[in-house]
Ligand binder design. Sequence first.
Ligand code: IVH
Length: 683
Amino acid sequence: MEDLTRIKDRIEQLRKTINYHNYRYYVLDSPEISDAEYDQLMAELRQLEEKYPRFLTPDSPTQRVGAAPLEAFNTVEHRYPLLSLGNAFSKDELLAWYGRASKLAGGQSFDFVCEHKIDGLAVALTYVNGQFTVGATRGDGFRGEDVTQNLKTIRSIPLSVSREAPPRFEVRGEVFLPKAGFHKLNQERAAEGSPLFANPRNAAAGSVRQLDPRITARRPLDIYIYGLGYAEGKATPPTHRETMEYLKSLGFKINPHNAPVADVEGAAEYYRTWMGKRESLPYEADGIVVKVNSRELQERLGNIGHEPRWAIAYKFPATQATTLLKEVRVSVGRTGTLNPYAVLEPVSVGGVTISRAALHNEDDIRRKDIRQGDWVYVQRAGEVIPEVIGPIKSRRTGEEKEFSLLETLFNPDKGRPACPACGGEVYKPEGEVMYYCANAACPVQLQERLQHFASRTAMDIHGIGESMSATLVGKRLVKDVADLYSLTREQLSSLERMGEKSAANIISAIEDTVRHKRPLSRIIYALGIRHIGEEMANLLASHFSSLDDLAAASREKLTSIPGVGPKIADSIIAFFRQEENEEIIQKLKDAGVNPIGEKAKSEELRLAGMEFVITGKLEAFTREEAEARIRALGGTGRDNVTRNTAYLVVGADPGSTKLARALALGTRQLTEEEFIRILEQAA
Ligand code: IVH
C-alpha cells in the first residue's frame, strides 16, 4: 500500500514537472531542459502508467497523442455563438466603425486592445473543474465539430489548469500552422505527390479536421487564445486586457504582440507598424483586430447580426492577386529535381512585384488544370516563394496550352527530353511525382547543392550564396561540396570582384565549420539527401551517433524508427551506396568535418544524466557558475531534492528542507571540496 502511494506521488510529480516544461517550451518559448531530459521524464511516466493503469488520467501529458481514429466528428452546440468580425479595409472604414461605436457609447471615451488577426481556425475550448473537456471548431457559429482529441495534440493547449480557475469556462482562440511548418508540410506533400494546401489557414483547418489524431499530432500546430467565451462560478476581470492577463496566468498562450491603445489613432498606428513587419512574423496575419477594452461597454454595444459592434478586423492588403501566366519553364534543383515554374506578367502582391511563381510538379499542375496563357490567382505568403493557386477558367479564350514536362524538355539536337541545364537524361523514379536529371555532374545541381550545404540552417558558411556557388562551379574550383575545404585564399582572391579580405573571410568561415564542429543533424541535412529536410535530419541524428553509423544502417533499422518510411530509408541507402558520395564523405572527414552525434556526445559526458542540487553558499563559485559547470559536463542542476538527485552539494548555511529530504531519501551529500573534485575528474 505504502508503495502504491509512493508510485502515485511519483506519477503526479512527473506530470507536474512535464507540464511545467511543456509550458516553458510551447507557451513561453523558453525551455529549461534539453529534449533528451524531457524525453526521459516522459518515458518514465509512460512506463509507470503502463504498469499502473489505475493511475492513468485523461489530463496526463502522455494522453496528448494516440487516441484512436474516429468515424466522424460529433457535433457540439456552442453555449454562446462564435461571432465573426466586420472588416475595415481602410482607415476611413476604421474611423466610421469607431464613430458608430462612439455614438452608441454616448460620447464616453474608451480605450482598445489591438491584436494580430491570425489566419487560422477558430476554436472554443471548454474547461470543467480545471480539466480540458471539449474542444470545438467554430462551424456555423452555433454548432461546431468536436475535435477534442486533435486539439489535445497541440502542446500549447493546457490539458488542465489551476483549481483556482472558474469551475466551468470556455476560452476561444486561433489554431494556426506557423509559416515554416506550412512550407515544410507542402514540400513534403509535393515530394509525395499529395495535393498541396493553398495557404497556412487551409493547412491548419485540414490538420485539425482530421479523423486520425495521429496525423494532427505530426503537424506543428500552435494556438493563441484571444478571448473568454464565458466563465461560471467565479468573477472575471472587467477589461479585455486584464482578462487576457488572467488567462495567461492560468497557463494559456496569449500573443505577446497584443497591445493596449488609448484611442483609434493608436489603433491606426498599430496597424501601420505591423503592416510593415508582417513578413517577419512566424505566422500568417491578414490584419489586426481592434477590440473595445471594457467588457461592460462591449456588452452595451452588443452585436449586429453575426458581428460584434465592439470589435473590427482592419485588414492588411491582400497577398493574393491575379495575373497572366505567360509560360511554364523548368529549373533544376539541388537533388536534380526538374521543377516547373510559372513565368508571370509582373504583378504587385501585397506591395512586392513578382514575375515568377512555383508550380511544384506536373501532377499538381494537371490537378489544378493550370495552362500556359491562363489568368491565374497567385499568392505570396511571407518569405515563402510565391505560388500559383489556380486558373480563372472564366477568362479562358481557348488559346491556352496544356503543359507537358517531357515536351517542354524535348531537346531536338538530342532527339529526347533533356535537362535544361546540362542536357543530361531525365527520368522519373517509380512511385514519385518529380522528374530528375540523371547527370550527377550537372553543374546547376552542383551549384544548388553547394549553396544548400553552405546555407544558414545547414553548415552556415557565410559568403557562399547563390552567386559565389555559381562562380565556384563555373570556374571548376569545386566539383563537389567537400572541395570547399581545399579552396585556397589565392584561388578565391583571383576571382573577379573578390578582394583579399573577402577571400580571407570565406576561408575562415569554411574553417570555422571544422573548428566549431556542427551537430550531426546539420551535416545530414547539408548533404542534401533526397527527401531529408531539417526535421528528418534531426530525427536521424537522434538515432545515430555518426555519419558512418547512418551510412551503415539497414533498411530495416531505418524503417524501425518512428517517422522514417520506406521512401526515406531507400533514399538514404541510395545516397550512401553511391560511390561519389562515399568519396565526398571521406573527403569531408579528411578535412576534419566529422561531427559527433548529439546522442553520443551527451552520453560521453561524464556527468550525463546526473542531477545535482546545491544548498547553501559555495565559496569558489556562485550558484549559476556551479550549475553551468555541471551542465557543461552533461549533468543538470535542480532546485529540489528528489529520488533522481545524484548529489546534494552542501555549502555554508544550507537549507534545512533540502538536507532533511536528502537524509530521508538517502541522497549522497558532497562538501564543496568533494564537489570540485568530481568536476575536475569529470572534465
Ligand atoms: S476575436 C467577436 N481576435 O477572425 C470577436 N478573432 O472573422 C471574435 N481571428 O473567427 C473574434 N485572430 O477565427 C479575434 N486576435 C483575434 C483573432 C481573431 C484571428 C479570427 C477568428 C474569427 C475571425 C473573425
